[in-house]
Design a protein around this ligand. Structure first.
Ligand SMILES: Cc1cc2nc3c(=O)[nH]c(=O)nc-3n(C[C@H](O)[C@H](O)[C@H](O)COP(=O)(O)O)c2cc1C
Length: 261
């Protein structure tokens, strides 16, 4: 603890505030089946959308819009678009994987009280954008940053978010009246939940495990691992702590005095 304090920059948040940030990150989940019908107040919705709008964006392009879906009729159209793509998707997996895929719950479009579609307007600030002169996909990544801001802010508010991407893009655009020049980035199901799981549902279902972080970090050149680097030991320790934080979040609220220090 003392060593950690010594490493703390003067601009760092207090220990309690830092812990809240990390706890938000480690206990965020993709939520599909745990939505409650409880309404999300506009004040809360406004806070999480504002968090999204404060995301970084290439050349400060802010290419996003936030399409808030509350209408049951529109949700049913979105769900129908999902159902078509989901049936197609199942055929793309072989054998056991196909059978398992069919058992997975991969959306909460109808159960969640609010849907939010975050989009990217690729022409928002004209053809030449600072930082996007060579890698044209940077605008798409900017809208993804907005998604992640919203997702984390929502977790801190006690709201679950589920990203649904199993759509034929044109069918989703049609259901939401999104014009051709605008790219849908994420259809998000948002609402209060009965509970958050400690692990990704795909991990719990045995679909894929979380990868060991130490195998993902290279030094100076692609593919160059080095177990002797002190950073590796730290990463192993922090990955274990991250999972412990997610487990702990199951039993206590994310904010509050019990998290101090
Ligand atoms: C780009 C993107 C698209 C995703 N699409 C879907 C989806 O269509 N359906 C779904 O159930 N989850 C979807 N997810 C959620 C992932 O399955 C989930 O993030 C992952 O399994 C890890 O779980 P966690 O978010 O709870 O940590 C998507 C996530 C991302 C980042």
């Amino acid at each position: 603890m003392k060593a950690e304090q010594a490493n703390q920059d003067i601009h760092a948040f207090t220990a309690e505030a830092r812990e809240a940030i990390y706890q938000t990150i480690f206990s965020r989940r993709d939520v599909r089946g745990q939505f409650l019908p409880k309404a999300v107040p506009d004040e809360v919705l406004s806070r999480i959308i504002t968090a999204a709008h404060y995301a970084p964006s290439v050349g400060f392009m802010q290419p996003w819009n936030f399409l808030v879906v509350r209408s049951g009729e529109i949700k049913r159209k979105v769900h129908a678009a999902f159902a078509d793509a989901h049936a197609e998707a199942a055929e793309m997996f072989e054998g056991d994987k196909r059978a398992t895929y069919k058992t997975l719950k991969l959306e909460g479009i109808l159960e969640s009280p609010v849907g939010i579609c975050i989009t990217c307007d690729r022409e928002r600030t004209g053809p030449v954008v600072v930082g996007r002169t060579h890698m044209k996909t940077m605008d798409l990544y900017s809208s993804v940053c907005a998604v992640q801001n919203l997702w984390l802010a929502a977790r801190a508010e006690g709201l679950g978010v589920g990203w649904v991407s199993i759509f034929n893009q044109s069918a989703l655009q049609e259901a939401l009246g999104i014009p051709k020049g605008i790219t849908p980035i994420a259809y998000l199901c948002v609402g209060y939940v009965s509970h958050f799981y400690a692990k990704p549902e795909l991990e719990a279902a045995g679909w894929l495990p979380r990868l060991p972080i130490e195998e993902l970090v290279y030094f100076d050149q692609w593919g160059q691992s080095d177990e002797q680097q002190p950073l590796i030991g730290q990463l192993i320790k922090h990955q274990a702590a991250a999972q412990a934080a997610a487990n702990a979040a199951l039993h206590q609220p994310v904010t509050g005095k019990q998290h101090g220090g």
